[in-house]
Design a protein around this ligand. Structure first.
Ligand code: MLT
Ligand code: MN
Ligand code: ZN
Length: 302
C-alpha cells in the first residue's frame, strides 16, 4: 500500500495568502526553512497507478499533477478511482467541483457528510451538472471494500469512525458521522493507515484504534490552544474549533508519542503553527518524540 501526502497545510495553505504571522513570514523569505504547503489531502494506492483521494482540496489540480507524471495511453486519463471524504469542510471538499471533468467520480462518505454536500454547501448538485457523481455510503465502524470505477476490487478496504468534533459552520444540522477518521487497510498484507485530519479530542477507544495503525496521519492544526487568540487573528481556541492542540498536558504529542505505530505524521497544519519553521524548538520537540511533521510529496510504502 502506498500513501502519498498531497497537501499538509490546513485551510488557506502555507503561507496563507493574507497572513504575515511569524511562520508565514519565514515561508516567504526563506522557504528552505519553512516549506510551503498545499491544503490537506492524501492519496492511497495498491499499484501506484490507480489512486483513491483522501479529501479533495482546492489545490487538487496541482496535487494530481504531482501524483501522476507518466504519459497515459489514452487522451483523457483519470488516475483517481474515487474520493473519500472525512467531513464536508470547504478545504476538504472544494476539490470535488474542480474534478468535474472526470465524467465519472465516485465519492465515498457517510450519509451525514453526503447530506451536507447535497443541501448545505451544494457541492454535489453543482458537480453533478457536469459529471456523474455516485455516492457510496460509508457506515460507521463497518469495514467496506473499496472498488475501482469498473467494479473490480482494489484490494483496499475502509472503515469510517466518528471523531469528536462539531459540524462545519455552514451546516444546518449536527448529524452523527459528520466528521470521521478512516482506517484504510491493505487486505493482502493487513497493513493499516489511519487518516484523521480533524479531531477535537483523543479518547481511549481512538488511541486503541490508532495503536493498530502502521501509518497514522493526524490533526496537526495548532500548536497551542490559544494560538489564534495570542496572535490577535481569531477569537476561538483550538479546542473550540475542534482541533486538539499538539502541545501541553493532554495535547496530542504527549498522547501519540506513546503509540507503537511505525509512522506517526502530523497533517492539516495551520499556517500559524510554529513547528512549520524547521529550526524552531517546537519542530525539535516533535522530532524528539518520534513523530514526523508532514510535508507535501512525502510518500510511504507499507
Ligand atoms: C477547520 O479545519 O476547522 C475548517 O476547515 C475551518 C475552515 O473552513 O476555515
Ligand atoms: Mn480544515
Ligand atoms: Zn500565517
Amino acid at each position: 500500500m502506498r500513501v502519498a501526502l498531497l497537501g499538509t497545510a490546513a485551510g488557506g495553505g502555507f503561507p496563507q495568502w493574507n497572513c504575515w504571522c511569524p511562520s508565514c513570514r519565514v515561508a516567504r523569505q526563506n522557504p528552505q526553512a519553512a516549506r510551503p504547503r498545499r491544503q490537506s489531502s492524501a492519496a492511497i494506492s495498491i499499484d501506484g497507478q490507480r489512486w483513491f483521494l483522501l479529501n479533495a482540496s482546492p489545490d487538487v489540480r496541482d496535487q494530481l499533477a504531482q501524483l501522476f507524471r507518466a504519459t497515459p495511453a489514452t487522451i483523457r486519463h483519470v488516475p483517481i478511482e474515487g474520493v473519500l471524504l472525512t467531513d464536508a469542510e470547504l478545504d476538504h471538499t472544494l476539490g470535488v467541483v474542480l474534478l468535474r471533468e472526470a465524467r465519472h467520480l465516485p465519492i465515498f462518505s457517510t450519509a451525514a457528510v453526503c447530506a451536507m454536500l447535497e443541501r448545505d454547501s451544494r457541492i454535489l448538485p453543482v458537480t453533478r451538472a457536469f459529471c456523474d457523481v455516485p455516492v457510496k455510503e460509508l457506515l460507521l465502524d463497518t469495514r467496506q471494500p473499496l472498488l475501482y470505477r469498473d467494479g473490480s476490487p482494489s484490494g483496499l478496504s475502509v472503515e469510517a469512525f466518528a471523531v469528536p468534533a462539531g459540524p462545519p459552520r455552514f451546516a444546518r444540522s449536527d448529524d452523527v458521522g459528520h466528521t470521521v477518521g478512516m482506517a484504510l487497510v491493505d487486505e493482502n498484507s493487513g497493513r493499516m493507515c489511519a487518516f484523521v485530519p480533524a479531531c477535537g479530542r483523543l479518547t481511549a477507544s481512538l488511541l486503541e484504534r490508532f495503536a493498530q495503525a502502521d501509518v497514522l496521519l493526524f490533526d496537526g492544526t495548532f500548536w497551542t490552544d490559544d494560538e489564534l487568540i495570542a496572535l490577535g487573528v481569531g477569537d476561538r481556541t483550538a479546542r473550540q474549533m475542534d482541533h486538539l492542540p499538539i502541545s501541553g498536558p493532554e495535547g496530542s504529542l504527549e498522547q501519540l508519542a506513546a503509540l507503537p505505530c511505525r509512522h506517526r505524521i502530523y497533517t492539516h497544519i495551520n499556517n500559524t503553527n510554529p513547528m512549520l519553521v524547521e529550526y524552531s524548538p517546537e519542530c525539535a520537540m516533535v522530532r524528539r518524540a518520534g513523530l514526523t511533521i508532514g510535508v507535501d510529496g512525502l510518500e510511504i510504502n507499507v
